[in-house]
Design a protein around this ligand. Structure first.
Ligand SMILES: *Cc1c(COP(=O)(O)O)cnc(C)c1O
Ligand code: SF4
Length: 338
């Protein structure tokens, strides 16, 4: 028995943290001392898209506050079950853009891989909440065809690991993918889009740094943070480990009603990112996904917020306000008139 307990078969700290995440709505309400009357609607909404909150993230919420900006991102609400015209299961029409299952090639020079169907946290506003992953997250099965596609498109410089969350895969698996990609001469950059460094900061361990910075590809990480309260000493330390290993760090946020739709919240976020060595990159308008209409901020309000941010922040702390419009060959940048 003892011989089986080698380093490889033991689960890493981050895997144990993921396994301990809260998935029971009653437990979430109890731990945060919230009104049990919320439970029936929460249970019903969680049936469509399960509740999932890692304990590290829960620990940054303020107990007793039903409007806590972190809680709002994960608490299933009755509003999710309403049918709202214009809010659809696949708002960005991803399925139409897959030349090989698991590979999205919509933008010049960049190809995006849906590497994993799993996430460490379930964000209620997620545009992939209805994504039929069983068709898409077929990276393993279709890997030879994906490599062939990438080899035959010399204009692709960058491969993006997305999901789900790519960092739910094991480092052995990710290392194998990175090595295969590094073998394609025209690829230059490997970019990860992940929420794990925020919600399970112990995910940024030496094994990750080793494979991510261990090929000739430039390592880029886009973290997903929507509110300054999501950043603390543990996430700052994770960013520092990435930075010292040579990873370029960017953040993308989603503009969410009741979470970060104020000038104060957005300036605080940019400053907190700066303190963590992370460059603000995108502020997304919500993709109109079914079940998330209550998070929507209209374009006019978003532009007014951006106009104020533009006056109050140095240019290097300003995210670009963008929206994804089906059929376009890039995200559309919305620029406020000043
Ligand atoms: C967002 C996205 C990208 C990356 O876009 P950038 O502007 O380079 O950040 C690439 N492919 C797809 C399909 C995307 O949705
Ligand atoms: S894909 Fe991103 S936004 Fe969606 S649930 Fe996973 S971590 Fe949250």
């Amino acid at each position: 028995m003892i011989t089986r307990l080698n380093a490889r078969s033991q689960s890493a700290d981050w895997q144990r943290a993921m396994a301990r995440a809260i998935t029971d709505p009653a437990e979430l309400l109890r731990r945060l001392q919230l009104d049990p009357a919320l439970l029936p609607a929460t249970r019903q909404a969680a049936r469509n898209f399960r509740l999932r909150v890692p304990l590290a993230y829960l620990g940054r919420m303020v107990p007793g506050d039903p409007h806590d900006p972190l809680l709002r991102q994960v608490l299933p609400l009755g509003e999710e079950c309403l049918e709202v015209p214009g809010f659809d299961p696949d708002p960005v029409n991803d399925l139409a853009a897959m030349p090989v299952p698991g590979l999205l090639h919509k933008y010049h020079g960049r190809a995006l891989l849906v590497t994993s169907s799993a996430c460490a946290i379930h964000c209620r506003y997620c545009f992939r909440r209805h994504f039929p992953y069983q068709n898409a997250a077929a990276i393993r099965e279709h890997w030879p065809r994906i490599l062939m596609y990438l080899r035959s498109h010399p204009e692709i410089r960058e491969v993006i690991f997305s999901g789900g969350d790519p960092l739910t895969l094991t480092d052995d698996r990710l290392a194998a993918l990175a090595v295969d990609l590094a073998g394609i001469p025209h690829l230059r950059t490997l970019r990860l889009h992940s929420r794990l460094p925020i919600v399970v900061p112990e995910r940024v361990d030496q094994a990750l740094l080793d494979w991510f910075t261990g090929t000739r590809l430039h390592p880029v990480m886009v973290i997903h943070t929507n509110h300054a309260q999501e950043l603390d000493g543990t996430t700052r330390a994770a960013m520092e480990r990435l930075h010292l290993a040579g990873v370029r760090l960017f953040n993308q946020a989603v503009l969410l009603r009741g979470v970060n739709d104020t000038v104060q919240a957005l300036t605080d976020l940019s400053h907190a990112l700066f303190d963590s060595g992370v460059q603000p990159y995108y502020l997304h308008l919500l993709d109109p996904v079914k079940g998330a209409a209550h998070f929507a901020v209209d374009q006019e309000t978003a532009l007014a917020l951006m106009a104020t941010l533009t006056r109050q922040l140095p240019g290097y702390l300003l995210p670009r306000l963008v929206r994804d419009i089906p059929g376009q060959d890039g995200k559309i940048t919305l620029v406020p008139t000043l």
